[in-house]
Design a binder for this molecule. Sequence first.
Ligand code: NCD
Length: 302
Amino acid sequence: MKHLISTKNIDIKTLNDIFQLADYYKKEQQSNILSRKIIASIFYEPSTRTRLSFEAAALKLGAKIISTENASQFSSAAKGETLEDTIKIVSSYTDLIVLRHFEKGASKKAITVSAVPIINAGDGTGEHPTQAILDAYTIYNALKALNNLKIALVGDLLNGRTIHSLLILLSLYKNNTIYLVSPKELKLPNANKKILSNKKIKFMESENLKNILPKIDLLYMTRIQKERFKSAKDFEKVKNVYRLTKKMVSTMKKSSIVMHPLPRINEIAKEVDSDSRAAYFRQAQNGLFVRMAILELLLKKF
Ligand code: NCD
């Protein structure tokens, strides 16, 4: 693995290697293994967890960071420079680039000109592979398996890149049943559904969340991606379509978990946070250890 731009290139063995290393860093917290490396984080879209956990992960491994948190405004993109030119230059200063961009396929473009590994930290409505890996790690830790699960993915399945990457990972495992819960305007794109059917993964589409809550092991809520809507009116129609309350969580199995890549807006009421099934803050923290593992594995060969 040279770059990480999609979960399509990840197999179960790679995933297990990442999990093992993440477990190690969860205990050890620190190392000096990347002390001679410089990592660039270039973000053309807002981020809290992804950028800061990547930067913290790099620092905890002894690397140095150069960073632009608002590249659309503060890099030469504002003067009209192409992404390819920017990446070509930054890759000549650094050992790895973490890239978030508003355009689907941006990291695919970036790898054509980069001399160093690229990590896709979100490309528009495309993918967000490191989020999916930390999600899989969280599921494995909480439920002790990534197979034989009943899973509901809820919210903006059309635009949610975390969902797109996670479904690819879930389809590596046997005997999962997936409920795709969304309003009809925000259904999972056909191309993503095809990945599931090609792997013979059982899935069902529904608009109703309440009915399936008692059946599932994992509830993965997502934010309606306001920034992807063409009109404010279209967003208004669906913005509060699903809101998970404590009462709804009480209908779920005791052993089940609730996840969310965050930020949450209205999808999960604050009162759910104290329920033992709420796993979203643990999930965000796992991002640090998983990203440490990913940085180490990508940079070891360089
Ligand atoms: C997600 C993203 O950027 O795709 N956030 C994250 O990285 N944790 C989800 C979102 O913004 O809704």
